[in-house]
Design a protein around this ligand. Structure first.
Ligand SMILES: Cc1cc2nc3c(=O)[nH]c(=O)nc-3n(C[C@H](O)[C@H](O)[C@H](O)COP(=O)(O)OP(=O)(O)OC[C@H]3O[C@@H](n4cnc5c(N)ncnc54)[C@H](O)[C@@H]3O)c2cc1C
Length: 392
């Protein structure tokens, strides 16, 4: 497939990623999926190669690359047939620590994350009763001082918290001022850096959620978990704002993963349609088979332009909320349409695990729901770009 001009800029990076991901073939991903396992060897390879430290500044031992390069890394993982969902948290979670953490926190953790000694793969925000309305979270952190030092005691519950079992650190959002006493509903929430192993022994428990994708995600229960005050990130009460700050990077990286998926589906469909002969001709000779694949390609190229527009603004430290949201929307839609075209092109074989189509089909569907659902993107554009009245 011909590459867009923006994509061409990253030729060397793409080649390096393709070589690295090439060692993990379809059989590897099928095995991980069948066992509902974690792609440990794959994540170890990415970590040792420094790929997941791409956005950590050089002074902390990372590569100091921009969002554009980071997005190409995520895209290439999914384009190779893999699933970056097993490790993408590391790429954007550390941004919260970098932008809002204290100097001591950054010096303590970022070099170790960059060196691959420590994983920061998890972010705990979503709760069962609050859903998308984060201001309604019920997990609380109450400050206590005494012989044990200045600390916060955390109680409550989270849901859908990914990669906790494969992470050393988790960024956790909790209410530190009751909603009724907060100046604004988005204030009074704070962020904490939780050390997972220590927390498991002292008040946090994990219950895995079996789900449609082979994606490690969990319910978390907090019963008096104590966290030292030094582990609070930034100022008390400003946690929600810090999380919002990181969303543009997260959405753009997920858009890139969807684009990687879409190209994978299009190439898979193109090849199968050229080779599969029915009624004495390749099925791809029929326009009824060609057109959905061509349509998916057009949608993917358009999404790709928006993804690079978002990256360019982000890397130039300019506002990119609209572009990041639109990139995520367009890319998730394009990858889903490409998935549908690919499955349909494969006929019955699309359902056979050995063709990988059904696995990637399940994986890419997630991105219309998480990390933000399509309706909430419409809502963002309606209010923040078009100036329509707030609906909530
Ligand atoms: C596999 C997986 C992994 C996840 N990983 C994480 C993680 O690591 N950390 C984390 O914190 N969260 C995680 N999530 C949670 C994810 O971010 C939420 O599921 C998502 O934000 C939607 O929230 P909800 O499921 O509570 O849906 P709800 O808020 O209950 O919404 C349900 C539906 O109603 C729609 N809706 C709600 N309100 C409105 C409205 N006002 N107008 C129009 N439509 C509306 C939504 O768009 C959605 O389609 C994960 C989820 C999944 C499925």
């Amino acid at each position: 497939m011909k590459a867009l001009p923006q994509a061409d800029r990253f030729g060397e990076l793409r080649e390096a990623l393709r070589a690295a991901c090439g060692a993990f073939d379809a059989a590897y991903w099928q095995g991980v999926d069948e066992q509902r396992g974690y792609p440990e060897a794959f994540v170890a390879m990415l970590t040792q190669g420094g790929w997941l430290a791409a956005m950590i500044p050089q002074e902390f031992g990372g590569s100091g690359l921009g969002l554009a390069e980071a997005s190409v890394i995520m895209e290439e993982i999914n384009r190779s047939g893999g699933n970056a969902g097993s490790c993408h948290g590391q790429m954007y979670n550390m941004g919260t620590l970098l932008r809002h953490g204290s100097e001591a926190q950054k010096r303590q953790w970022l070099p170790r994350i960059a060196a691959g000694e420590v994983r920061l793969q998890s972010m705990g925000v979503t709760e069962p009763a609050a859903g998308t309305d984060t201001s309604k979270i019920r997990t609380t952190a109450v400050r206590r001082s005494g012989p044990g030092g200045d600390r916060w005691v955390i109680s409550g519950q989270k849901v859908w918290i990914s990669r906790v079992q494969h992470s050393d650190l988790m960024i956790l959002l909790a209410r530190t001022t009751p909603l009724s006493q907060a100046a604004r509903k988005t204030e009074g929430m704070s962020l904490f850096l939780v050390e997972v192993q220590a927390a498991l022994a002292h008040g946090m428990s994990v219950r895995p959620i079996r789900n449609m994708v082979n994606h490690e995600t969990n319910e978390l229960f907090f019963d008096g978990l104590e966290v030292a005050h030094e582990q609070m990130i930034g100022q008390e009460g400003q946690g929600f704002r810090y999380i919002l700050d990181g969303l543009n990077a997260e959405r753009t990286l997920i858009a890139a993963e969807c684009i990687g998926d879409a190209y994978w589906f299009i190439e898979k469909a193109r090849r199968y349609a050229s080779e599969r002969v029915v009624f004495d001709r390749p099925i791809g000779q029929n326009q009824g088979v060609q057109f959905p694949i061509a349509q998916a390609y057009i949608e993917t190229e358009a999404a790709n332009l928006m993804r690079f527009a978002a990256c360019e603004l982000f890397d130039a430290h300019k506002p990119c909320g609209a572009e990041a949201n639109m990139a995520k929307y367009l890319a998730a839609k394009a990858s889903w349409e490409a998935a549908e075209a690919c499955l349909q092109t494969h006929g019955g074989y699309g359902f056979a695990a050995e063709y990988d189509v059904e696995r990637k089909f399940r994986e890419t569907r997630l991105y219309q729901v998480a990390p933000i659902s399509t309706n909430l993107i419409y809502s963002y554009i309606a209010e923040h770009v078009l100036g329509l009245p707030r609906s909530f």
